[in-house]
Design a binder for this molecule. Structure first.
Ligand code: NDP
Length: 294
């Protein structure tokens, strides 16, 4: 058996096209131009690539994109002052502070300063708490993408056994809540979990969000399970370059799983597409317009 490959690239492109249609509609019907502000502090090369891709895709969807680049030695007060300005700016509906922040800046204080209505990364405690309580919330983009990819395989995941490996605020914890909202039965595993291969083998849905190259092996996976690989690990090649691998040993697991996401070309593609969805939803909510159809 060989698993169906879940094509994140195509699914993300379809989602971006639906967002662009809705952006055109809200402009026409409500005179509303959704705007996303991205704040990049310092010059971490990976963060620069992500920010550039967010800028390009935001503009391609017909939304306004505002980039704020600050030096690595910016003071916490200056960064907080920028966030306060963006909170007040009526052209800005989404604010994203690119993480990780340079040392010396207190991430929690910065995230807590963002207006929860504009918190399109879904990391503010207000949104995390609402999500945990089962209420409508802006939810983190990568877990939202994982759910969409899962639903490209299973129309309903009600009653299915899911395992989420990793419990970060960015991925594992919100993914647990989104899966619960879909009525899956969820196990959440982490570095202290015992007998992870055995726990994983029980799952119909496997989500790996750890940051350890190819940790999930073929004999961890129940035949036919759906495997969503969140991990992005850069490994050196013999030519002195780097290649991306996930947290799942793709070549061997694809022979056991029913469906699997590749790295690259899987979850990573969905994250920015879901950021556009969140920005559109935030803009409609702030403007008092009806919920968009994405
Ligand atoms: P974190 O480092 O914040 O969290 C990693 C989690 O994995 C922790 O909960 C940790 O457990 C757990 N863990 C570590 N080692 C083990 C182990 N041996 N067995 C079981 N669990 C373990 O990472 P993130 O959640 O931010 O990211 C996870 C991965 O996803 C990374 O590769 C990252 O690059 C990628 N990523 C990809 C995105 C995308 O768009 N595709 C977006 C965000 C992240 P504990 O809590 O006990 O320490």
């Amino acid at each position: 058996m060989t698993a169906r490959i879940i094509d994140g690239k195509t699914i993300a492109a379809e989602l971006r096209a639906r967002v662009a249609d809705e952006v055109a509609r809200v402009k026409r019907e409500h005179n509303l131009l959704p705007g996303l502000a991205v704040v990049l502090v310092g010059n971490d090369p990976a963060s620069e690539v992500y920010v550039r891709s967010k800028h390009t895709q935001t503009q391609a969807a017909g939304m306004a994109s505002f980039e704020h680049k600050l030096p690595a030695d910016v003071s916490q007060d200056e960064l907080l002052a920028l966030i306060a300005r963006l909170n007040r700016d009526p052209a800005v509906h989404g604010i994203l502070v690119q993480l990780p922040l340079p040392k010396g800046l207190h991430t929690e204080t910065i995230i807590n300063a963002i207006d929860p209505a504009k918190d399109v990364d879904g990391l503010h405690p207000h949104n995390a708490g609402r999500l945990a309580g089962g209420f409508a919330a802006l939810s983190p983009c990568t877990p939202l993408g994982c759910i969409i990819l899962t639903k490209s395989v299973h129309a309903s995941i009600e009653g299915m056994n899911a395992i989420v490996i990793g419990r970060s605020n960015l991925v594992g914890r919100p993914l647990l809540q989104l899966l619960l909202n879909e009525n899956a039965t969820v196990t959440i595993a982490h570095s202290r979990s015992r007998d992870l291969p055995e726990l994983t083998r029980r799952a119909d849905l496997v989500y790996a969000a750890v940051g350890r190259p190819e940790m999930v092996r073929a004999d961890w996976v129940k035949p036919g399970a759906t495997v969503i690989d969140v991990g992005i690990n850069r490994l050196p090649t013999t030519e002195g370059k780097t290649r991306l691998v996930g947290d799942v040993a793709f070549e061997e697991v694809r022979r056991v799983a029913g469906a699997i996401t590749p790295v690259p070309g899987g979850v990573g593609q969905m994250t920015v597409a879901c950021l556009l969805v969140n920005t559109l939803r935030a803009a409609c909510a702030i403007a008092g317009a009806p919920k968009p159809a994405v």
